[in-house]
Design a protein around this ligand. Sequence first.
Ligand code: AMP
Length: 222
Amino acid sequence: MRLILLGAPGSGKGSVADLVTRAYGLPRVSTGDLLRHAVRERTPLGIRAEEAMRAGRLVPDDLVIALVGERLAAADARRGYVLDGFPRTIAQAESLARLDPGRPEIVADIVAGEDVIVRRLESRRVCPRCDAVYNVVSRPPRRAGFCDRDGEALVQRDDDRPEVVLNRLRVYHRETEPLLGYYGARGALLRIDGAGTVEASFAELRPAVEAALASGAKGAAA
Ligand code: AMP
């Protein structure tokens, strides 16, 4: 089973994906996290991706598709996975279907208004070591400024600055929103409310994930 989380930046994809990972043990595959690590480690991919990321533009499809292909080949993705931030273009969606065909999938669009999103991203802080996500207003760490999991100093993402956020939203509407039509035409597209708490979004998603996991297990037992 794979769960594809669509939704604008700041709609809560990463936080919902974390809850799914904790509840069902499916790995979270976040292209944003994979790319940020590549940038930090100065890999050839990171060097090529850096400028687009800093400006809030999309990294070229071929780079992202290769990255995801490699990640999905890992053993922990065999039973299933949660995609956070991929696909972001129709070309990426088509390549995912080719890369891992026949896998049952749930596609969920997490919906939140722009005012909520802009506020959320301004107060978001992340752990550069383990990728944990906090919000100084709604989900603060136990000790201000430091990660609960590993004690690392939290940082604000470069692209969470207000001027870049607006560009990321424009890019989302232009490049990623067409995926709603793409997946809508192929079957069930769930619409999840992302304006409330992460737990509320997760609760809306849960029945579909549990049904898909149960039917996968039945298929495997047959
Ligand atoms: P995210 O952490 O998902 O908000 O992604 C941060 C940035 O990484 C995006 O603004 C893009 O520059 C880049 N990125 C992440 N995922 C993708 C993707 N699927 N396709 C292209 N660029 C991506």
